[in-house]
Design a protein around this ligand. Structure first.
Ligand SMILES: Nc1ncnc2c1ncn2[C@@H]1O[C@H](COP(=O)(O)OP(=O)(O)OP(=O)(O)O)[C@@H](O)[C@H]1O
Ligand SMILES: [Mg+2]
Length: 435
């Protein structure tokens, strides 16, 4: 099967947060081959737009023709079109190739800079919107296009309907990012119906590029053959995640993080594979490992990498733990996310102190263990009180921490390493040392 292809017709953001840079990242994680026709080069960061240099209209058109003639375009989107001449030049190629087209009527950057000249808005309405499969204005853009003052879902629906029924787009979605409320609601008008897409509002500053990535994700969905409502549904989940895991870089609005969409599932898979490897290591040395199983039983856990590790649900471990059993060990179940609380919280704290450390296990504080650790070249530090607090105070994560006897708690040793398989290897080495 040929990979679906998507084209962005938009400006370049030198800061990498919006524009074609955001679009190409989005296309890549959505599984389509991304292509770009650049309309304008902006000198931009998270705070401001410093310079804008528009590309000659015939060069914009030439970029579209070059990819459409050879590679083919399954769907396209427009972003910053900058001026009237570029917009008017688009009429011919859009008619000639007829690909599904998502029009993001970009007018103003997050930082407040104007990205579309005033005299171009009429051209947008006349040339591009009637050829659009979907138009994706934010609330201020919808106001500018329709003259309807938008304060909520009701007016958003009105504006979306007007863009379809009066300006001739096939569908329109008025986005709720600029509106108030606990949820960010987008209102789609399509085939005489309205559909609302609602997700919790995220109170974060990482919103540079939301509109670009959102419209690119919809175009990618169309390129893959999804229906419009389906493509929007996926794009809505995608953009919420991209804002939630946005990149806190720069002094202004940090860029959204489209890569989270693929990176989180990929990393979850890697964590489970590494834990499975850790279990194999422990099982093939079970006679020795059994000696280190504490009364509370042993667990071994590993977290997603930062910035994705936030709660115990982002840490995988063995449900039911690892018990001693007939001179060996019994691993109660396959590793799962959310299977531990105690160890998970310790790892979450450790990986905040040192992001490289993502795995840990608890072993019994048996006689001679501190000596054995010492001979292995591992310095074990003693922790008083809550380990999480102690790690923060130390400002580093030791390879081993001794949790001494306290009322109601069995003394333990916690071993830390970047990966669970390394922790398992150390448990085995330690157990042999005790022989
Ligand atoms: N804080 C937020 N929390 C959750 N979703 C949001 C938030 N801000 C925007 N969104 C969603 O992101 C998508 C883009 O909407 P938004 O209104 O931000 O577009 P935009 O203003 O065109 O963005 P840009 O300024 O990048 O061009 C929509 O689906 C919107 O609901
Ligand atoms: Mg926008």
């Amino acid at each position: 099967m040929r990979i679906p292809t998507a084209l962005t017709i938009a400006g370049s953001d030198s800061g990498g947060g919006a524009g074609i840079q955001a679009d190409l990242k989005t296309f890549a994680v959505m599984g389509v081959h991304g292509m770009a026709a650049i309309t304008s080069v902006t000198a931009q960061n998270t705070v401001e737009v410093r310079a804008i240099h528009d590309i000659p209209p015939h060069v914009v058109v030439a970029q579209i023709e070059a990819v459409a003639d050879d590679i083919g375009v399954d769907a396209a989107k427009t972003g910053m079109l900058s001026n009237k001449e570029i917009i008017e030049a688009l009429a011919k190629p859009l008619d000639r190739y007829g690909f599904p087209l998502v029009v993001d009527p970009v007018m103003i950057a997050k930082s407040g800079a104007k990205l579309l000249r005033d005299d171009a808005i009429e051209a947008l309405k006349r040339v591009v919107i009637p050829r659009a499969t979907l138009v994706t204005p934010n609330a201020p853009e919808a106001e500018r296009l329709t003259g309807i003052r938008i304060t909520g879902v009701r007016e958003a629906r009105e504006a979306a309907r007007m863009i379809v029924e009066e300006y001739g787009a096939e569908a329109a979605i008025v986005k709720g990012g600029h509106l108030e409320g606990s949820h960010s609601v987008d209102v789609l008008y399509y085939k005489g119906r309205t559909i609302e897409y609602k997700m919790p509002r995220i109170h974060k500053d990482t919103t540079h590029g939301t509109g670009c990535a959102f419209s690119a994700a919809i175009a990618a969905g169309l390129a893959k053959g999804r229906s419009l409502p389906e493509a929007v549904e996926v794009a809505k989940r995608f953009i919420t995640m991209a804002i939630d895991y946005g990149l806190p870089i720069g002094k202004g609005h940090g860029p959204v993080n489209p890569v989270a969409w693929q990176e989180i599932p990929a990393e979850r898979h890697r964590v489970l594979e590494d834990l499975a490897e850790a279990v194999r290591i422990l099982q093939s040395n079970q006679a020795q490992v059994a000696k280190l199983i504490p009364e509370v039983q042993m667990n071994i856990a590993m977290a997603l990498p930062q910035p994705y590790a936030r709660t115990p649900m982002d840490v995988a471990a063995i449900p039911g733990r690892i018990a001693r059993h007939r001179g060996g060990i019994l691993v109660k179940a396959s590793p799962e996310f959310g299977a531990s609380r105690h160890l998970a919280n310790i790892i979450l704290e450790a990986s905040r102190v040192n992001p490289r450390i993502r795995a840990a296990a608890n072993v019994a504080l048996v006689e001679g263990i501190e000596d054995a650790l010492d001979r292995m070249g591992i310095e074990a530090r003693r922790s008083q009180g809550r380990l999480a607090i102690q790690l923060r105070e130390w400002g580093e994560v030791p390879d081993a921490v001794v949790l001494g006897k306290e009322p109601g708690r069995e003394p333990l040793v916690i071993l830390f390493a970047p990966r669970a398989s390394e922790v398992a290897g150390r448990i085995v080495a330690l157990a042999r040392m005790l022989d």
